[in-house]
Write a protein that binds this ligand. Sequence first.
Ligand code: AMP
Ligand code: GLY
Length: 424
Amino acid sequence: MNILLIGSGGREHALGWAIAKSPRCETLYAAPGNAGIAAVADIADLEIADHDAVIAFCRDKAIGLVVVGPEAPLVDGIADALEAAGIPTFGPSAAAAQLEGSKAFTKALCDRMGIPTAAYGRFENEDEAIAYVRSQGAPIVIKADGLAAGKGVTVAESLPDAEAAVRECFSGAFGAAGSSVVIEECLVGEEASVFAISDGHRAVLLASAQDHKRVGDGDTGPNTGGMGAYSPAPVMDPAMMARVETEIIIPTIAGMAEAGTPFKGVLFAGLMITASGPKLIEHNVRFGDPECQVLMMRLTSDVLDLLEGAALGDLSNASPRWDSRPALTVVMAAKGYPGSYEKGTPINGADDLNTEDLHVFHAGTKRNGTQLVANGGRVLNVTALGNTVAEAQARAYAAVDAIDWPEGFCRRDIGWRALAREND
Ligand code: AMP
Ligand code: GLY
C-alpha cells in the first residue's frame, strides 16, 4: 500500500518511522516533512491546505491511506475532503475534530454522557463571566473557547488574576477563539494522558504518557508544546486505565456516534487523576507531540493495523502490542523557544546515534546540502527505551550529550516524576 503522511513534526517522524517498518508499506510519501522524515519517506511538494491538490496527488500516486498528524488540517476538513473523494484517511472529520477545536462542544458531550470533568460555566458576555468568577472564587481556570495555539488557558491563583484573564479573552487577545469563554473548577491531582484509537464505534486503548509542558527544569517558566515525555505514566496503573476506558473513552466514542459525528482517529485524553478518580481536562483529536514518539518507540505490533483499521471503520481485529519497558523522550529546542529563536544553526552528530533502543526523531530540521540545520523551535526528540525510566533517561541524555548543537538546549529533568516513584 502507498501512504501519504501529513505533517512536519517529531510526531510525524515517529509515525513515519513506524509506518515504514510495516511489511505492508510500499511507498511512503510525506508533506511538508522534515529532514528526518525525508530519511523514511519521499517528500511530496504539496500545499496541504489545497485539498484538491492533495486529492489529485493521492490519485496520481495510488495512495491507499492518508495519515494526518496535526489538528489544524483536521479542523480545516481535510479528512472530509479525502473521504468524499474515496481516499481512506486516518483522522476525524471536521465535525468530530470539534472535540479539540471547541471546549464548549466537549463540555456539552461530557454533560450528556456523564463523563467526569471539571464543573464549568460558559459565557459570551464579560460582565456575566466576571460575576461567575467572583461567585466561585480562586483558584479557577479561564479558557478561551476554540483553538488558541495552547495559549488560551489561565490557571488563576487569585481573583484579580482570574478577572484579568477574562478581560484578556474578551479584549480579542485570542481572536475569535476568545469571544466565548469557559470558566472551570481548578482540578487538583496528577496530570496524565491516555491514547485510544477509534473506528467510529469501537475504542482500542493504546497507552498512557506524561508530558512536560513548561520550558524549564522543575516545571518552571512558560508553557511549550512539550519539552519531553515518557510512557507509560506510572499513575496509570491497569485499574486506573480501566476506569479511564469505562468512564471517559467509551462514553466519548458512544456520544460522538450518537450525535451523528462518529470519531475516527486517535483520541488523546488529557486527564487529571484526582483523589476521586480520573477527570477529563481536554480531548485532542491527534497524537501528542512528543507523546507519540514514546508511544511509537514502545509499539511492537504493526502500526498500519491501527491506522488503517480506524480509517476503514473496522478495528475489530486490532490488538496493539507494546514493549513492556518504559520509553522516554527529551526535546532539544532552539535557544529562545518558546519565544523567538534563530533558524539555520548547524547541528552535528545527530545522524548516527540510532540503535534498537534509541532513536533521534526530527522535528524542526532541514538540510542545507548535507548539513543538518535547525528549522523550528522544537528541533530534535531524543527517544530511548530502558528497563527502568532511569535507564531510559540515562540513555537519552547520553545521546543528547553526543549531539553538537551549541544553539540548542533541553530540560535536564525529563522523567522526574516517574523517577521519584521508582526511587520510593
Ligand atoms: P488545556 O489547554 O485545556 O490542556 O489546558 C492547559 C493546561 O492547563 C493543562 O494541561 C492543565 O495543566 C491546566 N488545566 C486546564 N484545565 C484545568 C483545570 N480544570 N484544573 C486544573 N488545571 C487545568
Ligand atoms: N504535548 C502536548 C500536545 O501535543 O498537545
